[in-house]
Design a protein. Structure first.
Length: 144
């Protein structure tokens, strides 16, 4: 695999066989939508006692956006809101790092190669931005 090749085997696998996709459950629905390319996902979150109890998604989009959301949800499932926000913020920093974490230890590092494909960066961060905005608003309303 070349240094700039975007479609890592993990991206392909999690696009075809996502772990958190299309599992219906009650919860708060948020929209992750990119009007430029048409990727659209509904992320469903259940929060109990400031912890993400369950999180799933459904919708459609490219392999990068779908697998990125799936892998990100794996990182935030069963975490407190603060820990989930920290995990999302770290992922967003990884995208731009010169020396990303090892992919074996941090699977989301496979998306770091979007820096060589600027048009795909929005795909890789679509779910992260939507989820982070939601968690910030949720926490703000709980503190009011």
């Amino acid at each position: 695999m070349s240094e700039t090749e975007l479609y890592h085997p993990l991206i392909i696998r999690r696009n075809k066989e996502p772990l958190f996709y299309n599992q219906d459950h009650d919860g708060i629905q948020l929209l992750a939508y990119n009007p430029v390319c048409g990727d659209e996902y509904h992320i469903v979150v259940t929060i109990i006692d400031q912890q993400i109890d369950r999180i799933t998604f459904k919708g459609y989009g490219c392999a990068v956006s779908k697998s990125a959301i799936d892998l990100l949800l794996d990182q935030v499932q069963n975490r407190t809101i603060d820990d989930a926000k920290e995990a999302i913020e770290f992922y967003l920093r990884v995208i731009d790092m010169e020396e990303p974490p090892d992919e074996e230890k941090y699977p989301l590092a496979v998306f770091q190669k979007v820096k060589y494909h600027p048009a795909r960066k929005e795909c890789a961060i679509l779910g992260a931005n939507s989820l982070l905005s939601f968690l910030n608003e949720h926490q703000k309303h709980d503190n009011d």
